[in-house]
Write a protein that binds this ligand. Structure first.
Ligand SMILES: [Zn+2]
Length: 76
């Protein structure tokens, strides 16, 4: 019997989470895209050494690779 109660509880929790998540996720992507793509319209590049993401304008270019800092560029 206890198992059945747990199953019902889990189903209820999943249903509750889905209901809570849906209204949140549906409007958010559009707003987030509109809000984040503006500042993110700048190219994001990944440091070839530590793989951190940074705007291309702040990246240090060494040959074909980009780095987050001159220190990491010098390591290669
Ligand atoms: Zn780095």
């Amino acid at each position: 019997m206890k198992l059945l109660v747990w199953l019902i509880l889990i189903v209820l929790v999943i249903l509750a989470l889905r209901k809570k998540v849906k209204p949140l996720t549906t409007p958010v992507p559009d707003e987030v895209r509109g809000a984040t793509q503006e500042p993110m319209s700048e190219n994001m590049v990944s440091c070839a050494h530590c793989h951190i993401y940074l705007p291309a304008s702040e990246a240090v270019h060494r040959g074909a690779d980009v780095y987050c800092s001159a220190a990491h560029a010098d390591l290669h």
